[in-house]
Ligand binder design. Structure first.
Ligand SMILES: Cc1ncc(COP(=O)(O)O)c(C=O)c1O
Length: 371
């Protein structure tokens, strides 16, 4: 992509909101609980480097990503803070992690054995993943845990932390969350007997906001650092106040009055029943505006006006309530005057979660950082 943008479409990312959200959580957590900023998937679509810098400035002590390439991207952008890769990395790349001073996650005996056979100069920093009920990655039994801990006795390996991940911390029924906590407590004893200074962490946004006192040494703060609540239940509970960091804007690039009986866009699925003003905006499904968002409102001069007709790859049409000048700002996510369109509304319409909305907006839309 060109660095310069010639198209009037942009995402605004408010870095002060990142700072605000981290500080809200900081005040809510016990003073010695650290915050790891989760900036995987390009900072949930917000921009990994800029978010990482803002989070570190606000007091985050570590960054967490999903992939080794995401970690290296941060390093190559001049970020020196500790970085943890949460996902599985092929053990052949352990030397790459050592070279860039990146902490890897492990949970398999064969993985550790391969790493121990590989040649690298320096020490590999590691966090051990425990599966207390998520069923995705991690050690599931105490025997496995003890085997791995024994294998960690190697001067080239530095076991610094251990963690687990909750699958239902954002739900109303917390029975399963409690079961995961019990499983964790079991593992915790073995871990601390092995090494008393391990950094233990378990909380995502949901758990860290709802159960701040149960989070051990650190929390991994993802979605709510970006100002979004992990579920409607937590949004209602509102354990802390959050400010959404991302908004999406464009401008009207064409405005016309069409007579009654004219159809709009592919498939002619929308037909005017009287003369109507129709506006065109330069955003489409290639930008992440899902085709199922036809009918959703956008904001123009503080008024909610619907997308009509099928969403095209690069454009879509808006049913206007009057003529507007070409160049009038259109907001698809965010506020205009007293009105707001939230990512939660869009997620609900698409029967998904706000996480996916933030991630689906493509790199074709430039991100502009406000501070
Ligand atoms: C292992 C792990 N930790 C932490 C997070 C952050 O979760 P959240 O965005 O709900 O705060 C994620 C997100 O997917 C994750 O996979």
């Amino acid at each position: 992509m060109e660095e310069v943008s010639y198209r009037p479409a942009w995402i605004e990312v408010d870095l002060d909101a990142i700072n605000y959200n981290i500080n809200q959580l900081k005040r809510h957590l016990p003073t010695n609980t650290e915050i790891f900023a989760v900036v995987k998937a390009n900072g949930y679509g917000h921009g990994d480097v800029e978010i990482a810098k803002a989070a570190l400035e606000a007091g985050a002590s570590m960054l967490a990503v999903a992939l080794l390439e995401e970690a290296i991207h941060l390093r190559k952008s001049g970020i020196l803070a500790p970085i943890l890769v949460l996902g599985w990395v092929d053990p052949v790349y352990a030397p790459v992690a050592v070279k860039h001073d990146i902490t890897l996650t492990f949970f398999q005996k064969s993985w550790l054995e391969k790493v121990k056979q590989s040649s690298f100069i320096g020490k590999l920093s590691l966090h051990l993943k425990l599966d207390t009920g998520m069923g995705r990655l991690g050690v599931t039994t105490k025997t496995e845990l003890e085997t791995l801990l024994a294998l960690c006795n190697d001067p080239r390996l530095q076991l610094k932390g251990a963690f687990t991940h909750f699958s239902t911390a954002d739900e109303k029924d917390l029975t399963y969350y409690d079961r995961q906590q019990l499983n964790w407590a079991d593992f915790q004893q073995t871990l601390q007997a092995y090494k008393s200074d391990l950094t233990l962490h378990m909380g995502n946004s949901a758990a860290s906001m709802r159960f701040p006192k149960e989070m051990n040494h650190a929390v991994r703060f993802g979605i709510s650092m970006y100002g979004l609540y992990p579920s409607s239940i937590i949004k209602k509970e509102k354990p802390i106040d959050l400010l959404p960091a991302m908004s999406l804007h464009t401008k009207l690039i064409h405005v016309k009055q069409v007579p009654a009986g004219r159809s709009i866009s592919y498939g002619a699925t929308y037909t005017t029943d009287k003369p109507e003003w129709i506006g065109t905006i330069p955003l489409g499904y290639a930008d992440g505006i899902d085709r199922r968002l036809t009918g959703m409102d956008v904001l123009i001069k503080g008024r909610k006006l619907p997308i009509v007709g099928k969403i095209c790859m690069d454009q879509c049409m808006i049913k206007l309530d009057q003529s507007y000048a070409i160049g009038t700002q259109v907001t698809l996510i965010g506020k205009q005057f007293d009105e707001e369109i939230t990512m939660d509304e869009i997620a609900e319409r698409l029967e998904t979660i706000n996480y996916e909305i933030a991630c689906m907006l493509s790199d074709r839309i430039p991100r502009i950082y406000l501070k």
